[in-house]
Design a protein around this ligand. Structure first.
Ligand code: G6P
Length: 605
């Protein structure tokens, strides 16, 4: 949520900032801005509403400098406007600041210290930059000390800050608490970014910052101090990623590229987490910690939460371990009753979701074991959990998550199989996960190759529909939630995923002539039941459609997927739904990758 970039010591600052913001645009795209200084007395502040391209169009050739900061915003406090876009600045235009996060006590701070200050925006951020200025002027503090003093006043807040003092412009002042931030080490220059891909053109070596730290960055030095003022020395980590992995190549949208990549991601997971013999291949220590648990708690948000719902079925069926799945934002403050030996699994594509992180902080405080399954190495949830597994899905840029969902399910499946084997469950021993992931990859490819037909289905039934339903039972019901989420988030069709048997207890009242209702049918035990629930909607005028596993198919089914083990059918049944959502959005002329009101990485609670 909100992307931050900064650079000092590079004459190409403008291009570095704009390119970095392009890469971070998935974090927020309602407005953007940069502040650049050439150290010769010239500086530039440019902010625009809308996408980064609007900002780029406004940056003329005269704009130049070697130090600067930039921001792409997802509005929290204050409407979307140029005034509320970042960088925010002090009344006297001395200090410029970009911020990701939320300042909880900004109103109190404003009332206590800044009653005589004229504010230019409605943001919580502006209070911070005005406070720094206030302490420099009224208490004769150095910029660094005023910044530190201000940080000390921000109670319970989440922030990643990057600030420039235009009177001493080659220094970047940086601080972070809860929101992610990295320092990149360049050759004669240093950079700051919310996420490493933003700066891969400058460096592959990064320092992760910890909560409460404050950093002073010059072109040739990086000084970190902790919250007690002690100097911190930290080794950089290397990001081994080809910058082209974050490009969309010849694809019109990242989402289509990411859907297409799914078969290969499954193959990669199979080769990473299983041996050639088919046996799971995990760290023994992690498995032993998992094996000691009397209950598994899966925590996630959005699509990751939905992948957790599938995980629950697999852990319970293959390993016979009771498993609960929790929405991170609910779990964090609800204080649920835990079993005696809980084991936590955090599912997070980005590894940065603030609500999930809040749960992990509490889990760590109680010394419970935890595993983060994430796509981003060195992300916060990756660093702070007891154990980690990477999704190996490659960067996911489109706001609507696709390949991360299937990758999470695949990793959970291998893990559940491993746990089931330790517990000597026959069902797990008989489950050849390596082979099944291979079948799933081939089945996915077949659906993807048939995307022309799926586009026609989207055009015929969804593009003009005001609402739609996905229904199913058991594991199919969990997929119906994800299928509906895909459709609503990028095509704005009001969609619901529903337990098919529950529909008639109220929701069926919404069915009208032509309402698309998609039955997901992959489980033998419930196939006939879901079909009869579909019939009930047809009797009320619904346009019934089906996504069916081949072994259960009947003449007239809409989309038939190949047969794979019933435990992992979500790997296939979700793909047509992803494509229906994609083509509905595309044919409505919407921005598929950057749907309204959303952001990919939700770093505020
Ligand atoms: C946002 C994204 C979703 C994602 C969710 C959780 O809402 O738009 O696509 O599923 O955050 O993100 P995480 O990175 O924790 O999986």
């Amino acid at each position: 949520m909100c992307g931050i970039v900064g650079v000092t010591g590079n004459d190409n600052a403008v291009q570095i900032l704009l390119k970095g913001l392009e890469k971070l645009e998935y974090r927020g795209y309602d407005s953007a801005g940069i502040y650049v200084n050439d150290l010769q007395g010239n500086d530039y502040l440019i902010k625009r509403k809308g996408h980064i391209s609007n900002l780029e169009a406004a940056v003329g050739p005269e704009v130049h400098g070697s130090v600067g900061i930039g921001h792409t915003r997802w509005a929290t406090h204050g409407v979307v406007s140029v005034a509320n876009a970042h960088p925010q600045f002090s009344e006297d235009h001395r200090f410029y600041l970009v911020h990701n996060g939320v300042i909880e006590n900004y109103k109190e701070l404003k009332a206590t210290y800044l009653s005589d200050t004229t504010f230019a925006s409605q943001t919580d951020t502006e209070v911070v930059v005005q406070l720094v200025d206030h302490f420099v002027r009224t208490q004769n503090l150095s910029t660094r000390d005023a910044f530190l003093k201000t940080l000390g006043l921000l109670e319970g807040s989440s922030y990643a800050f990057l600030m420039i003092d235009s009177l001493d412009p080659d220094t970047l002042y940086v601080a972070k608490s809860k929101s992610p931030l990295l320092v990149g080490l360049g050759d004669g220059c240093n950079v700051v970014c919310s996420d490493a891909p933003a700066m891969l053109d400058v460096t592959h070596d990064f320092l992760a910052l910890h909560d409460g730290e404050m950093v002073t960055i010059k072109p040739n030095s990086v000084e970190i101090i902790d919250q007690n003022g002690n100097a911190v020395s930290r080794k950089p980590f290397h990001v081994d990623m080809d910058p082209s992995e974050t490009e969309k190549g010849t694809y019109p949208y990242y989402m289509l590229k990411e859907i297409d990549e799914q078969p290969n991601v499954l193959r990669k997971i199979a080769s990473t987490y299983t041996k050639e013999s088919g046996e799971p291949n995990f760290d023994d220590k992690m498995l032993s910690a998992l094996n000691q648990a009397d209950r598994i708690y899966i925590v996630g948000a959005g699509t990751s939460y939905h992948a957790g719902l599938v995980g629950k079925k697999m852990f319970e069926k293959l390993a016979h371990v009771p498993t609960e799945v929790h929405i991170a934002s609910e779990f964090a403050y609800d204080d649920p009753l835990l079993s005696k030996k809980p084991f936590f699994i955090f599912l997070s594509q980005s590894g940065e979701t603030a609500d999930s992180r809040e749960v992990l902080v509490n889990v760590n405080a109680k010394d419970y074991p935890s595993l983060t399954i994430t796509n981003v190495e060195n992300s916060t949830l990756y660093r702070e959990a007891s154990y980690t597994l990477l999704l190996h899905a490659g960067p996911e840029i489109s706001v609507a998550s696709t390949k991360a969902y299937t990758a999470q399910i695949a990793v959970e499946a291998v893990l559940a199989k491993a746990l089931g084997e330790i517990k000597e469950q026959t069902i797990a021993e008989d489950f050849d996960i390596r082979q099944q992931l291979g079948f799933a990859a081939t089945g996915m490819q077949a659906i993807i190759d048939d995307k022309g037909r799926i586009e026609n289905i989207a055009k015929k039934y969804f593009v003009k529909a005001p609402k739609a339903f996905y229904i199913g039972r058991g594991i199919d019901q969990t997929v119906s939630l994800e299928a509906a989420l895909k459709l609503k988030e990028i095509s704005y069709v009001h969609a619901e995923g529903f337990a098919s048997g529950e529909l008639k207890h109220g929701t069926i009242a919404l069915i009208e002539e032509g309402t698309p209702v998609v039955g997901i049918i992959t489980q033998k035990k419930t196939a006939a039941l879901t079909r009869s629930n579909l019939q009930e909607t047809m009797s009320r005028g619904a346009q019934a459609l089906t996504i069916v596993r081949q072994g259960l198919s009947q003449p007239g089914d809409t989309i038939v997927t190949t047969d794979i083990n019933e435990l992992i059918t979500p790997l296939l049944s979700v793909v047509p739904a992803q494509l229906i959502a994609y083509f509905t959005s595309l044919n409505k002329g919407l921005d598929v990758d950057k749907p309204r009101n959303l952001a990919k990485s939700v770093t505020v609670e």
